[in-house]
Ligand binder design. Structure first.
Ligand code: SF4
Length: 276
């Protein structure tokens, strides 16, 4: 999709202005993605990623499912009027979607709007995976990734060791417990694994870290339910800048190569996508 064809679709400015529904051009979706923001008034997340792109929000208006549904219908209609296909409807916004009490009802409502207006669009949930530590959320996501909702869960896995996880994701939740929950989920349910590759305080992930991450990702993918492994670089500003910095394309390719080797050793055919 040409960005100019998408009208006002340019970046995540709408999210930062406190919008609940914000169309963007997504490099990972390769087209128009309609973002759903459950936190229009302030960031809410149980991670503190040093590359996080969520800036302070210029709004004090809380989330409203009614506003979400009407905004989503409008965004779909505007895309349709411009002949721009909606590639996905994506729950990410200013924080971790699964810690919101609105998450489950909003996802189901978005699925209904999708079915009515843009049945070809994927319904994506971008998550740091911590919702999988709560049984109610685990059960809901198991339901949601199957028809009729057919959501796609993109789970963050930035590290293969507790040390790099703490450094890049700034999270106190046990790495072993979190990755254990991701393994349990991916054993029986489809998902996508996504990994940020950047330096933190001038330090790149070590060879040992890359090997540990590749082995862990292969373990998660082994049952065959990981549909894609995404490795992406830092491409947007962060309020933490300059803590994290983009690494050269060759470094991303090396990381993807390490994963490819781990996949081949384990007999895994999951595709790997790299986004600079
Ligand atoms: S999980 Fe997402 S929203 Fe939360 S700190 Fe990390 S990048 Fe930001």
């Amino acid at each position: 999709m040409n960005v100019e064809n998408a009208g006002s679709v340019k970046n995540h400015r709408g999210r930062e202005e406190g919008l609940i529904v914000y169309p963007v051009y997504s490099r990972r979706s390769e087209g128009l993605s309609i973002g759903i923001n459950l936190y229009p008034d302030r960031k809410r997340c149980n991670f503190d990623c040093k590359y996080c792109e969520v800036f302070p929000v210029a709004s004090n208006v809380p989330f409203s499912q009614t506003v979400m549904e009407s905004g989503l219908r409008k965004a779909i209609a505007e895309a349709s009027a411009r002949n721009v296909p909606v590639k996905d409807i994506c729950f990410s916004g200013n924080g971790e979607p699964t810690i919101s009490a609105d998450f489950a009802p909003a996802l189901l409502a978005a699925a209904s709007v999708r079915d009515a207006g843009a049945p070809g669009a994927s319904l994506v949930v971008i998550s740091n995976g911590t919702g999988l530590l709560r049984q109610d959320c685990f059960n809901f996501l198991e339901y949601a990734v199957r028809p009729p909702v057919s959501a796609r869960l993109w789970i963050k896995l930035d590290a293969g060791s507790p040390a790099w996880y703490e450094k890049i994701d700034g999270c106190a939740i046990s790495f072993a417990e979190l990755t254990g929950a991701i393994k349990r989920f991916s054993r029986d349910n489809e998902c996508v694994i996504q990994t940020m590759h950047c330096s933190v305080n001038g330090e790149s992930p070590s060879v040992e870290e890359l090997c540990a991450w590749a082995a862990l990702t292969a373990e998660i993918a082994k049952p065959g339910n990981v549909k894609l492994a995404q490795v992406y670089g830092k491409a947007r500003p962060s309020p933490h800048d300059p803590v994290c910095a983009a690494l050269p394309a060759s470094s991303l390719e090396e990381r993807a190569g390490a994963l490819q080797m781990a996949f081949e050793t384990a007999g895994i055919t999951t595709p790997i996508a790299v986004y600079e």
